[in-house]
Design a protein around this ligand. Structure first.
Ligand code: GLN
Length: 310
């Protein structure tokens, strides 16, 4: 039996929850996120409903109210409390141990798809998502490229956290991509960055590297919102003293694995793209180096191509 609640009760709850968000210093947007995810209700629908209209709910009303209280009082991310997040067209399981995929990271997939449309030959090589976490990027690439490439792109997700990899594999399965299936183009590897591909060293088998690595300088991690700092994995956030430890490693290693003309694409923190571009250029192994903004207009993605000497 589905639960029902009157629109006026939900509207009153929303008003109270917004005030509470302010009082506890959590994001106001969380209120509507929770209503959307757990009650299938957007703000406009709630606004337009007759006060006495009975709104059907997929879960008991108390569940929604309780999750909100826990979020405010203990600052647990709502996505961990609910157990999933919605990212691009995917519903991804998330739990402590994996970073909650952020909306801006969706743009990295758009960038990769644009490049593939311009250069379909990139589909021939292997694509890797390094530091895959919940598997968001790798899964989106595997699913969204399927419609415009003749053979499925061989996508690999890598993470050094077994807990993250288990969740990533579960997310792939729930979206119809199974590691065991003959037709699957997506495989998961436990390891650090390029490590699982050591046998491919120098062979240029990869055409695209994508990564959303940890990039926050260690001293700044403690100033993050409590929901992030106290619950999300430091492994996915802390980029060492200057935030660039993982990114430096990716700059250094990728030319030994990517093919000439191969794509190097990462997410960075605001303010890091200029230095990354300088570092990429200084190696002499990359060209067509550029950055792209997020929806707020801040440069957050850096793209480079492996120099093609021929
Ligand atoms: N964007 C994340 C945050 O704001 C950080 C993710 C990362 O370090 N890759 O917390």
């Amino acid at each position: 039996m589905t639960a029902v609640v009157k629109a006026i009760v939900l509207r009153e709850w929303r008003r109270m929850a917004l005030a509470q968000a302010q009082q506890y210093g959590v994001e106001l947007a969380g209120v509507d996120w929770l209503l959307r995810e757990l009650a299938n209700l957007d703000r406009l629908q709630l606004h337009l409903a007759q006060p006495q209209a009975e709104i059907p709910l997929p879960c008991p009303w108390e569940t929604i109210a309780e999750r909100w209280q826990q979020h405010c009082q203990q600052q647990v991310p709502l996505q961990y409390l609910v157990g999933w997040t919605t990212w691009r067209k995917l519903r991804l399981k998330v739990a402590p141990g994996v970073l909650i995929p952020r909306p801006e990271t969706e743009l990295m997939v758009d960038l990769a798809l644009q490049i593939l449309q311009q250069e379909p030959e990139l589909a021939a090589g292997h694509w890797v998502d390094l530091g895959a976490g919940s598997g968001a990027i790798a899964i989106a690439i595997a699913l969204e490229t399927a419609s415009f490439t003749q053979v499925p792109i061989r996508v690999h997700g890598v993470d050094c956290s077994p807990a993250a990899l288990m969740i990533a594999a579960e997310n792939a399965r729930s979206h119809g991509l199974s590691d065991a299936s003959q037709t699957s183009s997506l495989t998961w590897h436990l390891g650090s960055w390029f490590e699982p591909f050591a046998p491919w060293y120098g062979q240029g088998k990869m055409s695209v590297m994508l990564s959303n690595p940890p990039y926050i300088p260690t001293v700044e991690v403690e100033h993050l919102a409590a929901t992030v700092r106290d619950y999300e994995p430091a492994l996915a956030l802390d980029g060492g003293s200057d935030g660039l430890q993982a990114l430096d490693h990716l700059i250094q290693m990728a030319p030994d694995y990517l093919c000439p003309g191969g794509v190097w694409l990462v997410e960075t923190m605001a303010g890091q793209s200029e230095i990354l571009k300088t570092k990429l250029a200084a190696t002499g192994r990359y060209d067509r180096i550029c950055s792209y903004p997020d929806l707020a207009g801040i440069d957050r993605f850096v793209l480079a191509r492996i120099v093609n000497h021929r």
